[in-house]
Design a protein around this ligand. Structure first.
Ligand code: ZN
Length: 162
């Protein structure tokens, strides 16, 4: 157990292959591929897949706090409140990441701390509905890498919501 999931061995400023991560952390490569499947971002879609060390650290921090704080899909970990908090709806942004992921950013409704988490694009609509109800998501909350809404994962984007 002590050798497993030790993110302190990971250096933020380098990229790792699946095998590198597996060897550094003492886990099976299948485990690493599974992390990618459930949300660990990869640098781009080229092979071999590369994982950024900083992303890997965030992934572990998120995983640990998600368990500790029991974070729901639409909630985020606030390290000041020490719990699962809802972000302020106006502050929420979903920033497109490679491999079908989004970086969700927002500030804590209670204390105003910045919070980040990685989510799947597939879940963005559901998260938004949980937070905001029936109103369509406004374009300002969505940051796409090429700003082309045609690859936007769901319909009902509103560009004029205040
Ligand atoms: Zn807070």
């Amino acid at each position: 157990m002590s050798r497993r999931n030790t993110p302190s061995r990971i250096k933020s400023n380098r990229n790792y292959t699946v095998i590198d991560v597996s060897e550094t952390l003492g886990v099976h490569p299948k485990t690493v591929r599974n992390w990618i499947r459930v949300g660990l971002p990869v640098v781009d879609s080229k092979r071999p897949l590369l994982i950024n060390g900083a992303d890997l650290k965030v992934h572990f921090k998120q995983k640990r706090s998600a368990i500790r704080f029991n974070v729901a899909k639409h909630e985020m970990s606030c390290f000041r409140c020490q719990g699962a908090m809802k972000p302020n709806i106006e502050s929420v942004q979903f920033i497109e990441q490679p491999a079908g992921m989004a970086l969700m950013k927002g500030v804590c409704n209670e204390c105003g701390c910045r919070m980040n988490k990685y989510v799947s694009w597939r879940d963005v609509h559901e998260i938004w509905l949980e937070l905001k109800g029936k109103l369509p998501i406004a374009q300002k909350h969505i940051i796409l890498r090429d700003q082309n809404l045609s690859n936007y994962p769901f319909s009902g984007v509103s560009s004029d919501e205040k």
